[in-house]
Design a protein around this ligand. Structure first.
Ligand code: GLU
Length: 494
């Protein structure tokens, strides 16, 4: 269509056909079509979790349909794009296991192609050179605003002869409605008069973002654009550009943004951090974060936790909810705990060591720490939700004697309690095998013999063994410390 005046013979056209012919529509997917999706981040900051979720949805959709998932780095805004951000995005995606089917495409390398495409659009009559000065454009805008429509350039007809003046290349915006048959939002219709003759090439010849996105998606063969609904209004403009180029537009799926736990749009206030913070500071596993994010705004119709691979088998855009999704850190932790329990112990031990090295500079780590951590993981992972918790729970057995007692631990270690620990000591010492359940049974026998409840023994024993730091149950805490160290910690309190 490209802005050509549509002249239907109203008398001959059936009303519905007429409407259909007046609309620019997105193409519908024919059965044999090969699905191609892409994630197209602008490298102006880290990979935030909204971006990670968008990437996951694109990845899953491509996997579901046996298609391709591609990555395009939209680095055309050279002033705001940084190598650091590119590295962070690539690292974040790799960490989440979002393998692409082709190497990433860098948009900045394609300016010549974008220019060529714009000039082809001029030849087709879908775009034009506009020589209006800034002041003239300003006046045109005011006039358009007063008339409640988008800006139209007087140069769009091609009647005004070219001059030596600098020009921009503009889209000849459509007169007719543009309909985006959005796979999440449903049909979104924008009136042609609300789309302005937007700039495709600036006066220095550089392509605008709007042009670059369309040309790249077309050249990459993208069939489905799944992205945040902050881009919904761009879709109509982009469909108009596809039309100006004579290309089929992809299908769009605009997914609702992620909101904070309080329902407000996710912002720095909520600690809207890059995925590396979820990894390095909060200690989530990539499979845990991914499994949580895919459920933010999408549901397979049941509550079972699915890995991204499992979810990809059933992923369906029709099950994407239109309401904004709320970040829920409790749920995230529970989903992560699910994967932590199933994760390989040696891997978790390595992650725990790395976490301690990065986040606990004041911990004095004994030389035997790696083996101790490795040995503790099978027990600690049953009661931890994150690597951060695994690290916290490792402190008690890594700390060296004499332990620093926190206030609660000091309070628990009354004179009476210390005397009780002294009576307990020989009974524990008699355990040569130092087995967690045998030790737990011994503690029960001991309190029975003392004629007290576990409440009289638990807090002081825990205080003596951990100094107040988090630790698993007492039998396991004793076992993890080892016979010699545990007995010595008791002796320290006599
Ligand atoms: N580069 C855009 C962004 O990071 C996304 C563009 C698109 O997905 O079409 O928000």
């Amino acid at each position: 269509m490209g802005g050509e005046a549509h002249q239907p013979d109203a008398g001959l056209l059936h009303k519905r056909d007429e409407i259909a012919s007046l609309m620019l529509t997105t193409r519908s997917m024919s059965s044999g079509q090969h699905v191609v999706t892409r994630f197209a981040p602008s490298p102006t900051g880290f990979l935030h979790i909204g971006g990670a979720r968008t990437a996951l949805f694109n990845w899953m959709f491509a996997r579901r349909h046996g298609g391709k998932y591609l990555l395009r780095i939209e680095d055309t805004d050279r002033a705001r794009s940084t190598q650091e951000a590119i590295d962070a995005i690539l690292a974040g995606l790799a960490w989440l296991g979002l393998d692409t089917d082709e190497p990433p495409l860098f948009q900045s390398t394609r300016a010549a192609r974008h220019q060529q495409a714009a000039h082809e659009m001029i030849k087709r009559g879908g775009a034009f050179r506009c020589y209006a000065t800034d002041a003239e454009v300003e006046a045109l805008r005011n006039e358009a605003r007063a008339e409640g429509r988008a800006m139209r350039s007087p140069y769009r007809s091609g009647d005004i002869p070219a001059t030596d003046r600098p020009f921009v290349v503009r889209l000849k915006a459509p007169d007719d409605d543009v309909v985006n048959s959005d796979l999440v939002q449903g049909d979104v219709r924008i009136r042609g008069r609300d789309i302005d003759d937007l700039i495709l090439l600036r006066s220095d010849g550089t392509p605008t973002y709007m042009l670059a996105v369309v040309v790249d998606d077309h050249d990459m063969g993208v069939t489905h654009v799944i992205r945040g609904d902050d881009h919904l209004t761009n879709a109509a403009r982009q469909i108009a550009i596809y039309s100006a180029a004579g290309w089929d537009a992809p299908r769009f799926a605009h997914i609702p943004l992620i909101h904070g736990p309080d329902g407000a749009k996710l912002s720095k206030r909520h600690g809207a951090l890059g995925v590396e913070a979820y990894r390095d500071e909060m200690g989530y596993l990539p499979e845990g974060l991914a499994a949580y994010l895919i459920r933010l705004g999408w549901s397979p119709g049941h509550d079972d936790i699915l890995s991204k691979e499992e979810a990809a088998e059933v992923f369906d855009l029709s099950r994407v909810v239109k309401a904004p999704a709320r970040l829920d850190f409790n749920k995230l932790a529970n989903v992560n705990a699910h994967f932590l329990k199933r994760a390989d112990d040696a891997r978790l031990a390595g992650l725990t060591r790395d976490f301690i090295a990065a986040n606990k500079p004041d911990w004095t780590i004994p030389p035997a720490a790696p083996e101790k951590i490795r040995a503790a993981i099978p027990i600690l992972k049953q009661r931890s939700k994150t690597i951060a918790e695994l690290a916290e729970m490792s402190f008690f057995f890594l700390a060296s004697r004499p332990l620093q007692l926190d206030a609660a631990a000091q309070k628990a270690l009354t004179g009476e309690a210390r005397a009780r620990l002294q009576r307990l000591h020989p009974r524990l010492q008699a355990h040569a095998a130092w087995d967690a359940s045998a030790l737990a049974a011994e503690l029960k026998d001991f309190v029975a013999a003392e004629g007290v409840g576990m409440g009289q023994l638990g807090p002081p024993l825990r205080a003596a063994l951990s100094g107040g730091a988090p630790a698993p149950d007492l039998g396991q805490a004793l076992a993890l410390l080892g016979r010699e160290e545990a007995l010595a910690r008791l002796e320290d309190q006599f």
